[in-house]
Design a protein around this ligand. Structure first.
Ligand code: SF4
Ligand code: SF4
Length: 197
């Protein structure tokens, strides 16, 4: 039911083609059913480095950094999901913040999701959440051995990203570089890693 794509280090399942998860169901039946691709992906130093390593620094600048829905932070960029105008017709004043966020998610679609195609982002640029997330509906159908494998794959994916980010965020901080104030400096720093022996 799930497989591990070792080339791109991502967990895949055909269950997504007919997503049955109720938590990630759209708010209204007429809306596009995107499952957990209602998410707003966060791109950190690891993902930016994957783009630069592939010679796609321009893709990073044009598609991520300059995206109209980008929230730029020192070492991360959130590409905020598209929220349906129908969400703003909902009466939400009585809801808690968590309930508001959950409802908003039901009206949201990731900017990289396209009908009939799914995720349009090259797999190598997907963040660790997109590469590892499997919903409870699918996870509960896995036998014990596969659940253990899933945990192993998830920690491998997260550890690789965490180690890279920790090391290179410190190096950038010590050079006074961040995405908010000097994106070109961050790009040049990451390019310099590509040619390290
Ligand atoms: S992981 Fe689960 S929630 Fe996400 S698309 Fe697949 S089946 Fe749906
Ligand atoms: S980047 Fe791709 S996998 Fe991740 S939420 Fe968006 S469409 Fe889904």
């Amino acid at each position: 039911m799930i497989t591990f794509d070792s080339q791109h280090k991502q967990v895949l399942t055909s269950a997504c083609l007919t997503c049955k998860d109720t938590y990630f169901a759209p708010a209204r039946p007429e809306m596009l059913h995107v499952g957990c691709c209602s998410y707003s992906p966060v791109f950190g130093l690891f993902e930016i480095f994957q783009m630069i390593k592939a010679g796609k620094a321009d893709f990073f600048i044009e598609t991520i950094f300059q995206h109209r829905s980008a929230t730029i932070m020192p070492y991360e960029i959130i590409i905020n999901a598209e929220v349906s105008p129908l969400y703003f017709e909902e009466k939400i004043d009585h809801l808690s913040q968590i309930e508001k966020d959950d409802l908003r998610l039901q009206y949201s679609v990731c900017q990289f999701f396209q009908p009939q195609k799914g995720c349009t982002l090259p797999p190598a640029y997907k963040n660790s959440t997109c590469r590892s997330f499997i919903c409870l509906t699918v996870e509960e159908q896995l036998d014990e051995q596969t659940q253990a494998e899933l945990q192993k794959w998830n920690s491998m994916i997260k550890q690789e990203v965490h180690a890279f980010v920790e090391q290179h965020r410190s190096a950038l901080q010590s050079r006074g570089l961040c995405l908010e104030t000097n994106v070109q400096g961050v790009v040049e720093y990451l390019k310099s890693l590509v040619y390290l022996p």
